[in-house]
Write a protein that binds this ligand. Sequence first.
Ligand code: NAP
Length: 676
Amino acid sequence: MTIQKISSFAAGAWISPGAGARSISSAITGVVIAEAGNDALDVQGMLDYGRIVGGPALRAMTFHDRARMLKALAAHISRHKQALYDISFDTGATQSDHLIDIDGGIGTMFVFASKGRREMPDAHIYLDGEVEQLSRNGTFLGQHVCTSLQGVAVHINAFNFPVWGMLEKLAPTLLAGVPAIVKPATSSCYVTEACVRIMIDSGILPAGAVQLISGGTGDLLDRLDMQDVVSFTGSARTALALRSAPNILENSVRFVAEQDSLNASILGPDAVPGTPEFDLFVKEVQREMTTKAGQKCTAIRRIMAPEDQVEAVIKALSARLTKTIVGNPRDPNVRMGALVSTAQKADVLAQAAIIGTEATRVFGDPDNFETLNADANKGAFVPPMLFHCEAPDTAQRVHDTEAFGPVSTIMGYRDLGHAIELINRGQGSLVASVITRDVDVARNVVLGAGAYHGRLYFNNRDSMKESTGHGSPLPHMVHGGPGRAGGGEEMGGIRGVMHYMQRTAIQGSPDILMAIGQQWVSGATEVRAPTHPFTRTFTELEIGETINTAAREITLDDIEHFAAFTGDNFYAHMNDEAAAANPFFPGRVAHGYLLLSFAAGLFVEPNPGPVLANTGLENLRFMKPAVAGDNIKVRLTVKKKTRRNDDYGEVRWHVTLTNQDDDLVAEYELLTMNEY
Ligand code: NAP
């Protein structure tokens, strides 16, 4: 059998393994299938290439350009995913595991592509929050902005998700405009390498945007500086060693850590046998124990059930685990494949033995189990193992020992407070789940355990059909956790992009802030529209362009007509005495919606033109009531423009309504779609 040479991709060239290469074995047969690593890899050259070639190319693109690039990349990988499935079996993963790793990674990239287009500007600077009023007259303002770091992101990944692990970090990094050097765990790096080849061959990425290290990183981390980021996923031990390296500490190199964690799942007090929640709990725990053969950072390591339900859970769970066919993941009947390597198997058995000092194994015997279509003595197979800890209060190791395999410990709790106490003994976890329909239980768990967890997942009969699973980190939601889990956060939508950007507080005049943020700021010098703005295309409109309309008087007839026409006969508009008794009104007032309609009548240009549609209105505030006899006028200003495609873009208009005394009556933002 030929041994595959797994290359690195450095400064635009594929570098084969060389001196110092490590061999990689199949998880199924134990036979060496590949080798990776090269001590002569020029890591300084890679950093330079990323900083000098990749970074500037990415930073020249806008967020939308990069989001489009991610979308194209995800679609391209998706077209080639079969090749990734084919080689992933050797990591011990089943076809359903591939869906989590490969399709999950692609899906994550699609979500970032779409969020980048919808939630970030078509620009180079991201505005964080609203303008802050720092002075009495508004001539000196503040705004937080985020700009791309000018270094390189080094992504160090764990072995369990060779594709998702890479793509969930790459998507926010590239969206931020930062090049990456990806370093997968050696034991499964052949899958990552194949995926990187697919990405590079697509020609979609600018040169230097993505480089790959298969094998060791040499002294790469000693060469990083304050513009670089390390984003690490792996064990707490490795994280500690890497994050405390003198260079990382001296230069305050950002270090995002996702570590192991002792995630728990609670069977709610209401979820007794016979309820859909009880069955759901057993199903979720079994799935979490066996998916990826338990090699998931989010897998359920500790199971908590009311003391009087422990036996019932052990019985039901054991019945399900009995049906979990272990064996060659290429066999479609197999439900659980192998651990990634025999070294990992030895580690899992050693950790399980530690758990066994405080708990009794009630299911699964590693010395006596069946494998389908595989030799249990050669591959890295273990059976699912369930332990029962009878004294969780005095136990320690069941709360701090991660056996990174299909191993979980059940323990009983007396009441919800006790359950919360026990889950928090994980000292910081990625996720905890609670299967309950009792809303008070859910709220109390958030109050008692939120501070110890990066994610809390509640499920019951109402959500179970559509729920995404205890163990699935989602690109929209943060993934990470405090303490033992590493103290880092990834993803969480645009929050994840910010790990690769610097937030800077900008202070200055309205004109300065408007030029930086590319959006109109109150107090900025008014830009006179040369013609009615509704006659101007998206491209022609200038940020800050303003029209002031003529005034229109509101009459009592208008109010009554509007009330009769719409059926809105609310007393504040119809009954002078009752309205005056209300603390907000002097007497009968005009309907707010009447004012908005009059405003539209004042500012629209009626003829067909580049304004295609009114798509919404946001942040509406009525500040001062308008009464019959008041004169209302409108100021309309182009606040922000967002290109949507080659044909049209969204224009956000700032609109104010003022009365004859120039008092602010209403304020809002109007959205229109305008021809490009
Ligand atoms: P690991 O042994 O800590 O390795 C993690 C990564 O660090 C690998 O890529 C490894 O490369 C690399 N590495 C090790 N020493 C290094 C060094 N001196 N310099 C640079 N890189 C170095 O963890 P693992 O065994 O791959 O993964 C299993 C662990 O990861 C479990 O504990 C699991 O809970 C955790 N995990 C956490 C998450 C999460 O999101 N929180 C996700 C998945 C896994 P080599 O393989 O080449 O040594």
